[in-house]
Design a protein around this ligand. Sequence first.
Ligand SMILES: Nc1ncnc2c1ncn2[C@@H]1O[C@H](COP(=O)(O)OP(=O)(O)O)[C@@H](O)[C@H]1O
Ligand SMILES: Cc1cn([C@H]2C[C@H](O)[C@@H](COP(=O)(O)O)O2)c(=O)[nH]c1=O
Ligand SMILES: [Zn+2]
Length: 192
Amino acid sequence: MFLESAINPSHRRGWIEIICGSMFSGKTEELIRRLNRARIAKQRVEIFKPSIDTRYDETNVVSHNENSITSTPVQASSQILIYANNVDVVGIDEAQFFDDELVSVCNKLAGSGIRVIVAGLDMDFTGKPFGPIPDLMATAEYVTKVHAICMQCGNLAHYSHRKTADEKLVMLGETESYEPLCRECFTKARGK
Ligand SMILES: Nc1ncnc2c1ncn2[C@@H]1O[C@H](COP(=O)(O)OP(=O)(O)O)[C@@H](O)[C@H]1O
Ligand SMILES: Cc1cn([C@H]2C[C@H](O)[C@@H](COP(=O)(O)O)O2)c(=O)[nH]c1=O
Ligand SMILES: [Zn+2]
């Protein structure tokens, strides 16, 4: 579906792709896969992540199974417009942590002929829509929802259950603090 077609500079068409889902669903792997393919097609690629995401690495975007790609950490989404100069493709990871302006930033980039690929959590640990992702999903041309495996029953999971009592929206973590769960197991776990 996402062809790395040669880009004709006189007639550049941009668009937005969203890769969303729970934690451990393969969002970052899929983002890295698409960006690597764009590089193989000799397209100019820039990758951004919010600077608060220091979980695996200060700069690189790193997946749970240790795939990685170099990125530029930025504090505010508006900085992406400044750094995304002379590029064909922009990748953005952990987009749920960005401010709401990310929606207009991505639309401006796409409007100027850039392919924009955004990965992020669609729901927070309570099951509510997370940050700018829902609005991005509404305005994107393409939305891919990927699934993890439920850690309780082995079915497909689309919730990220927090295993600790912490109620803060932003709490970086891994398997020590979060597990992907299916609807049934998440409802049971939240009911406790
Ligand atoms: N419960 C799980 N379901 C699926 N993959 C898992 C699970 N737990 C760990 N993983 C690992 O996580 C990888 C996906 O990592 P990543 O792309 O970083 O996910 P995301 O960005 O969606 O959190 C999988 O390829 C697998 O190795
Ligand atoms: C559900 C949820 C998650 N987080 C944090 C936990 C991780 O550091 C990232 C998600 O990373 P992944 O690449 O999708 O595995 O987000 C959070 O701060 N708040 C939440 O509600
Ligand atoms: Zn389950």
